[in-house]
Ligand binder design. Structure first.
Ligand code: M6R
Length: 611
């Protein structure tokens, strides 16, 4: 959600803080601020809106100094405004705090601070924590007071703190929200993620929950909340920084849509290295491990939840394992019956989604093994998991997920084929044929990308209406949901995804001569194709404006659909990886026509680290 950065530099820190915030802006972009120790106390600079506004203020009245903290905000407590933006200061203006997360007991703490006569300048939970840290640190070493204050706080936090009495020191702490300490030739940094400081660092420590750090020039100390010292585990950073620019595309999202052929090829070459005749490399789950799985529970949020729905269909088609899916935010608050032999699969691009993380902690406490399908190495999810399928899509900067989603679908395909073979549930010939079909997918995606101009003109005809309906069946039902989500996220056109067979149970009432109805009609292995065509005809009978995604050579939609986007023939269970690319482009060009901020849609944040 929010992004934080901090530096103890060998030169002026402010330009590094601003650069880091720019790289973190995808996490939140309603306001931003920085603070540095300066002669006579702490100095802050804040602004509402995008980071460019903060940069403009920095040009007018610059801050400087080798130590500092910065923040880009996604509002939780209090509207986006200058007074609610971080860093927050204590009353004496000797402590400044940036925070990502939510302090759940802030009202309780606020009440006791009010009783102590503290005056509040903002509506935020972070300001409450700042005053509480200040109160706890009164008359004692700051580190002790900081630790005590954190012990009193409930909720989630990644924190960066500076203190006027120790102007060369940066404090940090983590509970439930991601935070790294990193080092490089320019100095020491803290950040919400590695890409924020990637050009300047070579090694990082991933702080664990309940750890706090004291960082001074060239020295890092890490402590537990109980005061115990923790070892410094520096890890070499192995990330490519080319994702940080849009590489000639007009937006990151368009670039990331076009990267999908490469991403899927990369996954296939890792997991199917010898082509279709290959023996699949293991997933650190051996045959015995696979044989022992009696049930799978998949948890995730948002787009990753639609990947989970797809995963369920695929695993249940090709193996005998029963699969259940749930949203992280629901799973954690119901009473799931987690039976022995359940493998929990968590799906997440960021690996930091609060509800997904809380769900797997519950599952682990119930004795389950956890396999994560994740795009960020070193993320909290990866560190909590027993097994990993790393989706290797590379940093996804556009807030709306695209390449990470297709990589999640491919990860489920790879997992399913591994499981089916390891459990002796799939003949070698069938495996070979399925692998061959998987290997053909990148070319099919390439073909869809080649139709972007046609898709742009179709989007241009339909983007003005207030609403759109997306229909699909079986493997393409989750894709209808994802297509609708993409459209509403970036174009702000209201969109509903529905199982086509459910249309007559309600949404058919919406259909009139103005409603665009996007129908995924690609070929299926059985009568489902016929059923889908019948649903399309029902839309036609009510004068809906049909945009069909259909297999090349399909003629049954002639004279029925107003527009058809043709895609290459694929085996139905794998067709979602191709069809979704057409829907991503359709949403993209609708958003472009509507003039929205495609990479940073309003109200959204890339990684949802609060529940
Ligand atoms: O990082 P995660 O995959 O766990 O994120 C889950 C959702 O927040 C995310 O997919 C969200 O729905 C995106 N905005 C989708 O485009």
């Amino acid at each position: 959600m929010c992004g934080i950065v901090g530096m103890v530099g060998r030169e002026d820190a402010v330009s590094y803080l601003i650069e880091g915030l720019k790289r973190l802006e995808y996490r939140g972009y309603d306001s931003a601020g920085i603070a540095v120790p300066a002669p006579g106390g702490l100095k802050t600079l804040k602004s509402v809106g995008r980071l460019s506004a903060l940069e403009a203020r920095q040009t007018l009245s610059p801050l400087s100094g080798p130590v500092g903290i910065g923040h880009t905000r996604w509002a939780t407590h209090g509207e986006p405004s200058e007074r609610n933006s971080h860093p927050h200061l204590n009353q004496k203006q000797t402590i400044a705090v940036v925070h990502n997360g939510i302090i759940e007991n802030y009202l309780e703490l606020k009440q006791s601070l009010l009783e102590d006569g503290v005056e509040f300048l903002s509506d935020t939970d972070t300001e409450v924590l700042t005053h509480h840290i200040s109160r706890c640190a009164e008359g004692r070493p700051f580190l002790d007071g900081f630790r005590q204050a954190l012990g009193d706080a409930r909720g989630a936090y990644a924190l960066g703190v500076i203190h006027a009495d120790e102007p060369g020191v940066l404090y940090a702490a983590r509970l439930g929200s991601p935070l790294i300490v990193a080092r490089g030739p320019k100095g020491l940094f803290i950040a919400s993620d590695v890409p924020a400081v990637l050009p300047h660092v070579t090694e990082a420590i991933y702080l664990n929950d309940g750890e706090l750090a004291r960082i001074s020039d060239n020295r890092v100390e890490i402590y537990g909340l109980d005061g115990s010292t923790r070892p410094l585990v520096w890890k070499t950073i192995d990330l490519d920084d080319t994702a940080a620019d849009a590489g000639g595309f007009e937006t990151f999202m368009l670039k990331e849509i076009h990267e999908q052929t490469r991403v899927l090829r990369g996954l296939l070459s890792e997991y199917v290295p010898g082509g279709a005749g290959t023996v699949l490399p293991d997933l650190h789950l051996d045959a015995e491990g696979f044989a022992g799985i009696r049930r799978i529970m998949i948890v995730s949020c948002g787009t990753a939840y639609y990947a989970a729905m797809y995963g369920r269909l695929l695993i249940e088609k090709y193996t005998s394992i029963p699969v259940e899916t749930d949203l992280g935010s629901e799973f954690r608050y119901r009473d799931p019956k987690i039976l022995p032999g359940t493998l929990v699969i968590a799906v997440s691009q960021s690996g930091e989604t609060a509800d997904t993380l809380a769900s797997i902690k519950m599952a682990k406490a119930a004795g389950c093994r956890v396999l994560s399908i994740c795009n960020v190495a070193g993320s909290s999810l990866v560190r909590e998991s027993d097994h990993l399928i790393y989706t290797r899509a590379g940093p996804e900067i556009g807030v709306a997920s695209t390449k990470a989603f297709t990589a999640q679908l491919m990860a489920f395909a790879i997992f399913t084929l591994h499981a089916a073979r390891a459990r002796n549930e799939m003949p070698a010939e069938e495996l070979k044929s399925l692998l061959q079909d998987l290997l053909n997918l990148p070319n099919a995606i390439h073909y869809v990308l080649g139709q972007r101009n046609e898709i742009e003109s179709i989007a241009g005809k339909h983007h003005e209406g207030p609403s759109a309906l997306y229909l699909g069946r079986r493997f393409n039902y989750p894709i209808a949901l994802e297509g609708a989500l993409k459209n509403k996220e970036i174009s702000y056109q209201h969109a509903e995804g529905y199982a086509a067979g459910e249309m007559k149970h309600g949404p058919i009432a919406l259909i009139n001569e103005y409603l665009p109805v996007i129908c995924i009609c690609t070929d299926t292995e059985d009568e489902v194709a016929e059923k889908m065509i019948s649903n399309v005809k029902e839309v036609q009978a009510r004068s809906g404006r049909i945009i069909a995604i259909a297999t090349e050579g399909e003629t049954r939609l002639d004279g029925v659909a107003e527009d058809i986007i043709f895609v290459p023939r694929c085996r139905e269970p794998f067709s979602p990886m191709v069809n979704v690319v057409a829907l991503q482009l359709l949403a993209y060009y609708a958003a472009k026509a509507r003039g929205t901020d495609i990479d940073k849609p309003r109200n959204l944040a890339k990684s949802v680290t609060v529940e």
